[in-house]
Design a protein around this ligand. Structure first.
Ligand code: CTP
Length: 394
């Protein structure tokens, strides 16, 4: 498949060095990246650095080669599936908002038919200046995209809004915009991820090895396909993904409540969380003190959230996971029946190279008519892609 092209416009601000990281991240996502630098950007970072990272020639001064630039700015403008201006200074924002095209970057922005996104970075007072804000509103009304700057300590020492958004976030947002399978627009998806914990006393609890990665990747895939996503997450060390409504929970009871509050308005529910099946019969409100005897804790059964979802199911497509160490298909089929599911995705948890904590997974998706679709070993993001392909298109 032909690679998609992203043109990165680097304007002259101290955050120009961070644009190097954005180029590197987008390159790793397999885009064809081209860089245009303004003259003042070249004062902060050398074109050579961008050339090395993008593996393409960098365009930086349209007047140096009078014959070439006219062709170049049009050809890059035509090539761009998306043009990202990072960092976007007050100057470049002001120029485009007022129709000024006087260098390579501004002429390319004006000439492209691809989506244009600005990631502003500037001093807080400049950012707050009504002229800048007015220019931003004007551009938004014309359909230009913006990735909001963050608040924090700025290069000049001032504290406030104006810091370039996190480079990982910029790359993820761009990647999300480039996603072509927008087949979940208008759909609401509810996903659970991670473990739950069963509390013993104020300091102790039991839990399991779930990292939450699979559920988070499913949530991000759904978001990128255009869905409105709610992610109910048990405790994980994963970063909160942008553009997803994340509800953080700890216990089975809290997950149950969050899930039930969202069940009826969801179109698809995918339950990848590793929910604790048992909890101590009695929670000790005081720390259990050490004694010379052994400690016995009696556990009682907790709610099977997925089974309850199946019982209350109306129009929703309900997808469960099954963590099995033997008789994979047979056990998974029983769970489809018992929990009234449309699909189940079964993992072999006896394997060390996939599943819990790993970035990779291998699984079988089983439909309620007992059709088995094997997903060979792949990254969890690829698996998330395959899951939606099956649910939506098979
Ligand atoms: N699940 C749930 N609530 C529970 C236990 C499991 O909602 N108390 C959901 C999980 O999110 C998963 C599916 O049920 O989607 C299957 O979980 P799994 O742990 O494989 O199965 P269990 O039903 O707990 O059965 P067993 O542990 O005996 O295999």
């Amino acid at each position: 498949m032909k690679k998609k092209t992203i043109v990165i416009g680097v304007a002259g601000g101290i955050a120009a060095y961070k644009a190097l990281d954005v180029v590197s991240r987008l390159k790793k996502k397999d885009y064809d990246v081209h860089v245009i630098m303004t003259k003042s950007a070249c004062e902060f970072v050398t074109p050579l650095s961008f050339q090395a990272l993008s593996q393409n020639d960098v365009v930086y001064d349209m007047f140096e080669e009078p014959k070439a630039w006219e062709i170049q700015h049009i050809s890059l403008a035509k090539k761009a599936d998306l043009l990202l201006v990072v960092p976007a200074t007050a100057n470049i924002i002001g120029k485009i908002a007022n129709g000024i095209a006087d260098d390579m970057l501004s002429t390319t922005i004006m000439a492209t038919k691809g989506k244009v996104v600005f990631a502003p970075a500037m001093n807080v007072n400049m950012y707050d200046n009504p002229i800048v804000q007015n220019n931003i509103s004007k551009l938004k009304n014309y359909g230009y995209g913006f990735i909001e700057p963050a608040s924090g300590r700025l290069a000049c020492g001032d504290v406030g809004k104006g810091k370039l958004a996190d480079t990982e976030l910029i790359a993820e947002k761009v990647h999300s915009l480039m996603y072509s399978n927008k087949d979940l627009i208008g759909k609401k998806i509810l996903i659970t991820a991670g473990p739950t914990i069963s509390k013993i006393d104020p300091v102790r609890y039991i839990t399991n090895h779930s990292s939450g990665k699979m559920g988070y990747e499913i949530a991000m895939e759904a978001r990128d396909r255009g869905a409105e996503v709610t992610l109910v997450s048990g405790p994980t060390s994963l970063e909160t993904p942008f553009g997803i409504n994340v509800i953080k929970v700890e216990t089975n009871e809290e997950m149950f409540e969050a899930v039930m509050n969202n069940q009826m308005e969801s179109d698809i529910i995918i339950k990848s969380a590793a929910v604790a099946d048992y909890k101590p019969k009695k929670y000790s409100t005081q720390k259990i003190k050490k004694s010379d005897d052994n400690l016995n804790i009696e556990f009682e059964k907790d709610t099977d959230i997925l089974k309850e979802l199946g019982r209350r199911k109306e129009h929703q497509i309900l997808v469960g996971f099954a963590a099995e160490s033997e008789n994979l298909i047979e056990n998974a089929l029983k769970k489809i029946e018992k929990k009234n599911l449309d699909y189940i995705i079964v993992n072999d948890i006896s394997r060390k190279d996939i599943g819990f904590k790993s970035n990779e997974n291998e699984a079988v998706l089983i439909t309620k008519s007992k059709e088995c679709i094997e997903f060979g070993k792949c990254s969890k993001r690829e698996m998330a892609f395959k899951i939606f392909e099956c649910i939506l298109h098979e």
